[in-house]
Design a protein around this ligand. Structure first.
Ligand code: GDP
Length: 418
């Protein structure tokens, strides 16, 4: 409906209304999918918290982790990835130093207050997994979060699959780690790509994402905004088959249809079925095709120039790993005297968490340890902002239409009256 209005009314009319309408909100053109700028925290960068000591492949950067209650909201300049704010997390008490306390007013503890509040409130994250069935989506999700989210999954027969349309299912789980609670919601898309004719099978997925935006927009505009349930999708892991030659038309269609709505992270599934050389070639081909088709996958924020060299290298390696070549397994096997999660083959063992075998650890580090908050920020500040701007624009058009219709009807009445 909204889209129809967008097409119906011309821009001069709209701009006039926007000028006339008191207190109306500034809006973005739907085409201008820019990120909104976020303020820089100008304090000296504190130490990263030592939350994860084991198997840390990528160092946890001290980027900001603002909670939902600490929303940066500025609709001015476009946001460059380097403009992302830094986190004051980590250093728990800025006054816990040998320096003289009398020199300070005390606002340097604000980050600690925010930290405490957000930990108390807990965090939420919604992850979507998409790609044809059998590519290892459920196995990977279980491996990533060490849960069994698909206990009740019913696998369909070939006959049923042909009849099945794309469904959207949700699994939610509360995870707690070192006192920090995370409500994780996994949105799955069973049936995607399974039909004989897969034309527009991305549509139900796009509609689902829009529905979540719409619901949030309604709740946000309502009277009670205190306990809004945020179901917006923060990230979509899109699984690409390891058996094709790069992207298939369905992959291109899906990513093109969704890239303006959600952060897409491409995944090269079942990497253990490929040799290292094949993985390298496939990754390169997929990256080239993503570029060629103008697909905008999730962009990692830029590293600051004053960042130390190690961190810059890690960041570079992360960016170059796209698409992440992953292996999933929920079985623990014994390898070199250690018990690890892996896949046991007659010729050897592939270890899920061995960086020499696949990018699983990189993906998990990115998703959970380093970029979860950024994925949420980009969802809120870019994808949702654009949706919201379109809504406001179409509502404005509706009012303009209504206003224009009334005087015409009135003048008809006047001229018709004796
Ligand atoms: P989904 O339909 O995409 O959710 O796929 P599943 O997670 O149910 O996996 C389908 C099959 O692929 C199962 O037999 C898994 O054991 C297997 N599988 C999952 N991940 C991998 C992987 O990384 N490599 C290989 N070789 N097989 C996998």
């Amino acid at each position: 409906m909204i889209k129809r209005f967008l097409e119906d009314t011309d821009d001069t009319e709209l701009n006039k209304f926007v000028k006339d309408f008191p207190g109306n909100e500034s809006y973005h053109q739907p085409e201008a999918k820019t990120r909104v700028s976020r303020p820089q925290v100008s304090e000296p960068r504190p130490q990263a918290p030592e939350l994860y000591e084991d198997d840390l492949e990528f160092r946890t950067p001290s980027w900001p982790q603002p909670s939902d209650s600490q929303q940066y909201c500025s609709a001015s300049a476009p946001l460059s990835p380097s403009a992302r704010p830094r986190s004051p997390w980590g250093k728990l008490d800025p006054y816990d130093s040998s320096e003289d306390d009398k020199e300070y007013v005390g606002f340097a503890t604000l980050p600690n207050q925010v930290h405490r509040k957000s930990v108390k409130k807990g965090f939420d994250f919604t992850l979507m997994v998409a790609g044809e069935s059998g590519l290892g989506k459920s196995t990977l999700v279980n491996s990533l979060f060490l849960t069994d989210l698909y206990r009740d999954r019913k696998l369909l027969s070939a006959e049923e699959r042909i009849m099945q349309t794309v469904e959207i299912t949700k699994h939610a789980v509360d995870i707690e780690e070192k006192g920090v609670r995370l409500r994780l919601t996994i949105v799955d898309t069973p049936g995607f790509g399974d039909a004989v004719n897969n034309t527009e099978c991305w549509k139900p997925v796009a509609e689902y994402i829009d529905q979540q935006f719409e619901q949030y927009f309604r709740d946000e505009s309502g009277l009670n905004r205190k306990n809004i349930q945020d179901n917006r999708v923060h990230c979509c892991l899109y699984f690409i088959s390891p058996f094709g030659h790069g992207l298939r038309p369905l992959d291109v269609e899906f990513m093109k249809a969704l890239h303006q709505r959600v952060n897409i992270v491409p995944i090269l599934a079942k990497a253990d079925t490929l040799t290292p050389l094949e993985v390298e070639r496939k990754k390169r081909k997929i990256r080239e095709e993503i570029e060629l088709f103008g697909i905008k996958v999730y962009q990692f924020p830029d590293c600051d120039s004053d960042e130390d060299e190690d961190f810059k290298l890690q960041d570079q390696a992360l960016k170059e790993s796209i698409p992440f070549a992953v292996i999933g397994s929920n079985t623990v096997v014994e390898a070199r005297g250690r018990r690890v999660r892996g896949r046991l083959y007659p010729w050897g063992i592939v270890e899920v968490e061995n960086p020499g075998h696949c990018d699983f650890v990189k993906l998990r580090t990115m998703l959970v340890r380093t970029h979860m908050q950024d994925l949420k920020d980009v969802t809120r500040e870019t994808h949702y902002e654009n949706y919201r701007a379109q809504c406001i624009q179409s509502m404005t058009r509706l009012v303009v239409k209504e206003r224009n219709r009334k005087p015409r009807a009135q003048s008809k009445q006047v001229s018709g009256s004796p």
